[in-house]
Design a protein around this ligand. Structure first.
Ligand code: JFZ
Length: 415
C-alpha cells in the first residue's frame, strides 16, 4: 500500500497542475500544421528538429505572467492545496535559472526572468505547497535523453542522468526553498538502479519531498492513475488523478472543449470519495495568461469546495455503498458522513445505511435539518433528511449526517 507519510498530501484532495513551456508559443500549430495530440508533445508529433525548436526560446516573453495572482487565486478562489509546476517537460527547456543548461528561461529568452523563483515566492506568501514536474527520462533536447516513439538505441542515458537530470534536480531542491513533491513522469526504460539514484538524490536533500507514481519501476511514494482515469472502486493508500480541463495539458489555441463545472465537481468528489487527490491542470498561453475557459470553470468549482470545505479537505476514503446514486457522492470523517447533493432533491433518502443518526446539518451554514432513521416496510434501514423548501431546486451543496458510529454502515442489498 502506498503511504507518503505526509499528512498534507492525504488531506489536500485538490491541487493545481501547471503545464507551461515553449510549446505554449506554438499553441497546437507549427508551420500551418495542427497537432491532434496533447499540445506539449508538438515537437515530437510534428517532428520539429532540436535546432528549429530551440528558436522558440528567442520569442518567449510572457510579460503577462503573474505568479502572485495565479497562486492567490489557486489558494483563495479555486480552493487548491498544492501546485505542481513543470520545471522541465519533455521538450528539455528549463523554466528556472539553471546553471547546468543554458537552455532555460533566464539565459535563452528575451524575458530573462526566473519563472520558478516567482512561483516559489508566491507559494511562500500564500502558504501553498509547491511541487515540481520534472521529466526525468524523456528529454528531447538532450542527445542522450529518451524520446517516446523514436529509436533510443545507442544513447548514453546514464550520461544524460549524470550531466543534466541529476544536476538540475539538485538545483531545484537547493535553490527554491521547500519542494513538497517531485512529479516524475514517463519513466520509459529507466532501470531500478537509476530510479533509486534519483530517489536517493531527492531524499538526501529534502527527506519530506514525495515522489509521484511515475518515478519509475513503481518506486514512487504514491499511486498516479492514467491521465483523467478515475478508479472505479475505493483504492487504498495515497493516490492522485492528474486531469485536464479540456483535451490538452500545454496551451492549445484550438481546444475549447472545456468540461463543465458540474462534471468537474462530480469527478473530484468521486476521486475524493475513493481516497484520492485531484490534480487539475491549467496551461497558460505564451504571454502567461491563464485561459479564460479554465479560470471560469475553476472559479465555479472553487465556490463549491470553499463553501463545503469541511466536507472536502481532510476527508477519508468511503467504503462501497450498494447503490449507484446519480444525485450524490459521499465523503466522510470520523462520526460524519457527508452527502454531496449534485441534483435538485426534496429530501435525501438513503436506503441500507444502517447508522444511528444523531444530527443533520447543511455544511455551508451549519443549519440543522430534520432527519429520521428507521426501517422500511421491508425491514431495510432508511435515512431521510428534509431539504428546506427554498433549496429544493438547488444542486451542489453538502449535507452532514452525524453518526453514533465512527464509520458509515453500508448494508448489503437483501433479496
Ligand atoms: C504524461 C506526459 O507525457 C504529458 O505531456 C503530461 O505531462 C501528462 C501529465 O503526463 O502523459 C502521460 C503519462 C502516463 C499516462 C498517460 C499520459 N498513463 O499512464 O496513462
Amino acid at each position: 500500500m502506498n503511504d507518503t507519510k505526509q499528512q498534507w498530501f492525504k488531506d489536500a484532495k485538490y491541487g493545481l497542475f501547471i503545464h507551461w513551456g515553449l510549446y505554449s508559443i506554438l499553441a497546437g500549430e507549427y508551420q500551418g500544421k495542427k497537432t491532434d495530440r496533447i499540445a506539449e508533445w508538438i515537437m515530437n508529433f510534428l517532428d520539429i528538429s532540436v535546432e528549429e525548436y530551440r528558436k522558440l526560446a528567442e520569442q518567449f516573453n510572457p510579460v503577462n505572467f503573474d505568479a502572485d495572482e495565479i497562486v492567490r487565486r489557486a489558494k483563495e478562489e479555486w480552493g487548491m492545496k498544492y501546485i505542481v509546476f513543470t520545471a522541465k517537460h519533455h521538450e528539455g527547456f528549463a523554466m528556472f535559472d539553471s546553471k547546468c543548461s543554458d537552455y532555460n528561461v533566464v539565459k535563452a529568452t528575451p524575458y530573462g526572468r526566473d519563472i520558478l523563483k516567482q512561483l516559489q515566492n508566491a507559494c511562500e506568501k500564500y502558504d501553498m505547497k509547491l511541487g515540481l514536474y520534472y521529466s526525468q527520462a524523456q528529454d528531447w533536447d538532450d542527445p542522450d535523453g529518451f524520446m517516446h516513439t523514436k529509436d533510443n538505441a545507442g544513447k548514453n542515458f546514464q550520461k544524460y542522468l549524470d550531466e543534466k537530470c541529476k544536476p538540475q534536480l539538485r538545483e531545484l531542491l537547493t535553490e527554491y526553498g521547500k519542494i513538497s513533491l517531485i512529479w516524475f513522469d514517463t519513466p520509459m526504460g529507466i532501470t531500478v538502479e537509476q530510479t533509486q539514484e534519483l530517489i536517493d538524490l531527492v531524499k538526501s536533500i529534502q527527506p519530506d519531498c514525495i515522489l509521484s507514481g511515475r518515478t519509475g519501476n513503481h518506486m514512487g511514494d504514491y499511486m498516479t492513475t492514467g491521465d483523467n482515469f478515475i478508479p472505479r472502486l475505493p483504492y487504498e493508500g495515497d493516490w492522485e488523478v492528474p486531469a485536464t480541463l479540456n483535451d490538452t495539458w500545454g496551451f492549445n489555441k484550438f481546444d475549447h472543449n472545456w468540461k463543465n463545472p458540474d462534471d468537474i465537481i462530480r469527478m473530484m468528489l468521486k476521486i475524493n470519495s475513493r481516497g484520492g487527490n485531484y490534480l487539475l491542470n491549467i496551461g497558460p498561453d505564451s504571454l502567461g495568461n491563464v485561459p479564460e475557459g479554465s479560470s471560469k470553470v475553476l472559479s465555479e468549482v472553487g465556490k463549491y469546495v470553499t463553501e463545503n470545505a469541511e466536507a472536502v479537505y481532510g476527508t477519508k476514503r468511503v467504503g462501497i455503498y450498494a447503490y449507484e446514486l446519480e444525485w450524490a457522492q459521499f465523503t466522510r470523517k470520523d462520526y460524519k458522513l457527508y452527502v454531496h447533493v449534485l441534483q435538485p432533491r426534496v429530501r435525501i433518502e438513503l436506503l441500507n445505511v444502517g447508522n444511528q443518526i444523531t444530527g443533520a446539518y447543511l455544511v455551508k451554514d451549519h443549519r440543522t435539518l430534520p432527519f429520521s432513521f428507521e426501517k422500511t416496510c421491508e425491514g431495510d434501514s432508511i435515512i431521510e433528511v428534509e431539504i428546506p423548501e427554498e433549496m429544493q431546486q438547488d444542486k451542489n451543496y453538502a449535507v452532514c449526517l452525524e453518526m453514533a458510529e465512527k464509520e458509515p454502515v453500508f448494508e448489503e442489498i437483501k433479496g
